[in-house]
Unconditional design. Sequence first.
Length: 275
Amino acid sequence: MFRQPKIEYKSNSQILAMRKAGIVLSRALDSAVAAARVGVTTDDLNTVFEGVLKEAGATSNFLGYHGFPKSICTSVNHEVVHGIPGGYTLQDGDILSIDGGAVVDGWHSDSARTVIVGVARPEDVRLSDATEAAMWYGIAALASAKFVGDIGAAIDDYVSELPGKRLGILQDYVGHGIGTQMHQAPDVLNYRSTHRGPKVRPGLCLAIEPMLVLGGLETRTLEDDWTVVTLDGKRSCQWEHTVAVHDGGIWVLSAADGGASALEPLGVMPVPLEA
């Protein structure tokens, strides 16, 4: 029989250390999103992001990861994940997902946001809004979840019940545990499955990151061996936060307000830990 990978459960003090990394990451993403304008290159955004990390004494957990050459992923339009920042100049109407991570004192954070550059297409606004909301529904479900699989079920239920044309939930890319490494057990599915996953217990820290598409679910990887694109060329979107479970509740470590503004309307209040 195959043994499941061991989950790294964190103490309250370790969650507080991860919060430091999450706050630095939140500021760095704030700056990168603010800099995303028509005429700016994706490499410019990487430079902005790195500047915030350097000023805070943090490092990127993306740079050098399995050879990845930059500190953020910039995935534009039909690019799903792992887009490499470079000379591409942002155009009016681009939908851009910025995924980044930070390490402080050996503890990791991971978060992604989507921004629409210039004049937005209505279908792209709907895609980004739905992906962000799906993430928050998944996070809210974690507050009362018995199993990690309850997160994916909540995301799937939300997306399935949206009015209008059905959006697709990518299944090849999922969330993950996080802590002393960026990617840890367990996998966090973004869809309903018969596999319930491990039980939720205090000390569990997860990166929850749904990815939705306007078209089909088939993807391929470009010749750079990193950038994943939709096979049909339809647009994609990603949102992500790092979330901790502790004895008092949940806390969104990579959100400046701990997730309060998004979770309160869903009937959940995040519970910060005291230093």
